[in-house]
Design a protein around this ligand. Structure first.
Ligand code: MZP
Length: 504
């Protein structure tokens, strides 16, 4: 006879936190949101930390290069979607890694005999107003000078004139030599009041550029998630079908962390793929498994597949119809608490801590906070990031309001059959597990995460915690009745926003 778990499947909105003693040291400015992403042994550091506990879902409508750049700048990490060709996914990863290395390759270059009209066209095409001039117009050609949009007047000067007669020539350009440190390059920019510093090798070939604005960007985003070469960090999704080709391409492109993108990760397929990757790359590879919803599946992925973190959640995604299509799933709060309990048991038995990610179904900031309080080390979100300016979809106006399309990986639109099917089921989606939807635009990644992190830090102080570890340890939760849920919002008042007409 089937076994029935003696517990109702619960969701985050059924819980509230009971504040614990807040000391004077518990202020938002003292709170750290740094959190481990890769497993580690007691008293040892993790091989990979996030500076803020947020990662974006491996979905076509969420995580492209722009999202990866924006999220890494806020200390989180995107998982670039794998439901695309290996080449295209690796190219997206490369774009992130090259985005900001401090030393960036020069993308907009001119020859001295190019006309000003050609310079204007190049600026319009790339959006770059600083254009190095090299003898052959390549990014590593012999450096001859630099042209910026301050050197000529587009509507006054003769656009047929050659670039050479308007550029600042090499003898007047301040440049650095190959091998200079980023710190010294920035000092040169400051000392000479320059916006851009070309870096030349001994023969005078252009090798890179350093921009003042990148330095300011860095100072304005102190949580930036950087690799050891000071490049932004990014993750990428993988599947259990083409992993032996996809993983090497992603590793070569510079991916910092990989994660299986699977609706059900409690499988031998995932074990085989993870073992293959571990054997090939050893501990240098950070790889996550999932998705699972109970302790047995957590143990399997940790002990058999040797993954670095485990992702929790089946059927809870905002666009997900897996529960109604196949009857599998579990309320996200119950699933998370079951896996966290097993994680803690495993830690006390072995001294190895395996971070847990709560994936999907986080409908608001409160639920994000409850998930972290329940012991998730970080959260993965799709809808939340789909609503930002940096998601890869175009804006659409519907009924006078602006939205963005957001679709599930199990929808006909994404056709991500590798996420849902085993190899013997062939390619192509047999039935849908996700829907095609729209979400309102709410702002940039920086803006929305700014609000979420303010609330999170404030709640952590209410719970007498300065770190996410303390937060989870100090947490006392209460279940709430349906009535207290209803009364949880405003009550017995007329709300200016909801009930009363506003004068315009
Ligand atoms: P949400 O943040 O939009 O609620 O959920 C995002 C998560 O839903 C993803 O990280 C993934 O685990 C899951 N997902 C993606 N596509 C589907 C689907 O088509 C899905 N069913 O469930």
């Amino acid at each position: 006879m089937a076994k029935i778990i003696d517990e109702v499947s619960r969701t985050f909105s059924e819980y509230l936190l009971i504040p614990q003693l807040t000391l004077s040291k518990h202020t938002s400015s003292n709170v750290s949101l740094k959190t481990p992403l890769a497993k580690f042994s007691r008293n040892q550091p993790s091989r990979f930390y996030l500076n803020t506990p947020f990662v974006s879902a491996s979905m076509q409508s969420v995580s492209g290069s722009e999202m990866a750049i924006a999220l890494a700048r806020q200390g989180g990490c995107a998982f670039i979607f794998c439901s695309q060709s290996i080449k295209d996914q690796a190219a997206m990863v490369s774009r992130v890694k090259y985005h900001k290395a401090g030393f960036v390759p020069s993308d907009s270059n001119l020859r001295p005999d190019n006309t000003l009209a050609e310079a204007v066209a190049l600026r319009k095409k790339t959006g770059h107003s600083t254009m190095p001039v090299t003898h052959d117009g390549t990014k590593e050609g012999l450096f001859l000078g630099i042209l910026t949009d301050k050197d000529f007047w587009e509507y006054e000067d003769d656009l047929n004139a050659p670039v050479s007669s308007f550029m600042t020539s090499k003898d007047q350009v301040v440049f650095g030599t190959l091998g200079i440190s980023l710190h010294d390059a920035n000092s040169l920019l400051q000392k000479h009041k320059k916006e851009c510093l070309p870096i030349l090798d001994e023969e005078g070939h252009l090798r890179a550029l350093v921009f003042k604005k990148d330095y300011f960007d860095h100072m304005n985003n102190p949580d930036e998630l950087l690799d050891t070469r000071k490049r932004l960090s990014t993750g990428a999704g993988i599947n259990t079908h083409d992993y032996s080709d996809r993983i090497p391409a992603l590793v070569d492109a510079g991916t910092d962390v990989l994660c299986f993108d699977s609706s059900d990760g409690y499988t031998e397929f995932q074990k085989n793929a993870a073992q293959w990757a571990r054997k090939k790359y050893g501990e240098s590879l950070v790889i996550g498994g999932g998705n699972v919803i109970d302790g047995n599946a957590f143990r399997y992925l940790v002990e058999e597949a040797d993954v670095d973190f485990v992702k929790v959640g089946i059927g809870g995604g905002s666009i997900c119809i897996t529960r109604e299509q196949k009857g599998i799933g579990r309320g996200q709060a119950s699933a998370l608490m079951a896996v966290v309990a097993e994680r803690d048991r495993y830690f006390s038995e072995t001294g190895i801590y395996v971070p847990v990610c709560s994936d999907g179904g986080l409908a608001n900031d409160t639920q994000i906070i409850i998930a972290l309080a329940m012991g998730a080390d970080f959260v993965m979100m799709g809808r939340y990031f789909a609503m930002t300016a940096e998601s890869p979809t175009p804006k659409v106006s519907i009924g006078g309001r602006v939205y963005k399309p957001y679709w599930g990986e199990g929808s006909n639109r994404a056709r991500n059959w590798q996420r849902y099917q085993t190899a013997d089921q062939g390619s192509g989606l047999k039935f849908e597990e996700g829907i095609d939807a729209y979400v309102p635009i709410v702002g940039s990644v920086k803006e929305v995460l700014g609000v979420t992190t303010s609330k999170l830090k404030s709640t952590m102080c209410n719970m007498g915690s300065l770190t996410l570890r303390e937060f989870a340890e100090n947490t006392v939760l209460t279940r709430i009745s349906e009535q207290s849920f209803v009364e949880g919002g405003t009550s017995n008042v007329l709300s200016l926003d909801k009930d009363l007409p506003r004068e315009i």
